[in-house]
Design a binder for this molecule. Structure first.
Ligand code: FES
Length: 231
């Protein structure tokens, strides 16, 4: 039997007790370790629960970012509306342009050549620049030559020193009566309709021309009424 009164005696009883303590501490350690072991389990649970709260702004920002970016449908829609707007604008422009036609305002074909008494015998180029008209006075008549070459339409010049009209383009020559006699001009220059107005002035109308196409055997219209004014 061990002497319990001996303080120096070994303490075998404590060993089992210690063993029991050890055994007793094991559940305690288990209990203490249990929370420690539960921590890793609880941590994901907490993060899982907290995840929706922290992910919501992130998802919102992400969706806003996606919404701000042009998607294929948005691009298609914008392109469609752009085409429609361009089509409507073009139609509007054409509709408004309709009220402003591109009219060519040509000068009047009617010109006032003044009084017959203003002219002496011969050719006058007074109205060449303004009206493209040469006024020719002869002893019995006055007529107005439309200064347009019958070759290609240039304006022949009056050459008083040579007593003829000369076309500067290809050299056609005309007599003072406007009859072609040299160069490629095929026929005489035309004459404008002339008449006297109420004041006795000569009124010429270049839209009514008298011609004599000799090369084709045409009729001489220079003696028709309106082709000259008798004086
Ligand atoms: S245009 Fe007058 S000669 Fe040719």
């Amino acid at each position: 039997m061990p002497n319990t009164d001996d303080p120096n005696a070994p303490v075998p009883a404590k060993l089992p007790a210690a063993a029991g303590e050890i055994g007793a501490t094991k559940p305690a350690e288990k209990a203490a370790a249990a929370p420690a072991a539960a921590k890793p389990v609880a941590t994901p649970a907490v993060t899982k629960a907290a995840a929706p709260k922290s992910a919501a702004p992130a998802a919102a920002s992400a969706s806003a970012k996606v919404a701000s970016e042009p998607e294929p449908n948005q691009l298609r829609r914008r392109l469609t509306w752009t085409c429609i707007a361009a089509f409507m604008a073009t139609n509007l422009f054409m509709f408004l342009r309709f009220f402003f036609p591109r009219a060519l305002f040509e000068p009047s074909t009617i010109c006032n050549l003044g009084y017959p008494s203003d002219y002496v015998l011969g050719v006058s180029d007074r109205y060449k620049q303004q009206d493209r008209i040469y006024v020719v006075r002869e002893p019995t008549q006055i007529f107005a030559i439309f200064a347009k070459c019958t070759h290609l339409g240039c304006t022949p010049d009056w050459k008083p020193g040579e007593n003829k009209f000369k076309c500067p383009c290809h050299g056609s020559g005309y007599t003072p009566e406007g009859i072609n006699f040299e160069g490629p001009a095929p026929r005489p220059m035309d004459r404008a309709h002339v008449e006297l107005n109420a004041q006795g002035q000569i009124i010429a109308d270049k839209s009514r021309l008298y011609m004599w196409d000799r090369s084709k055997g045409g009729r001489d219209e220079f003696n028709d009424p309106g082709a000259f004014i008798a004086v």
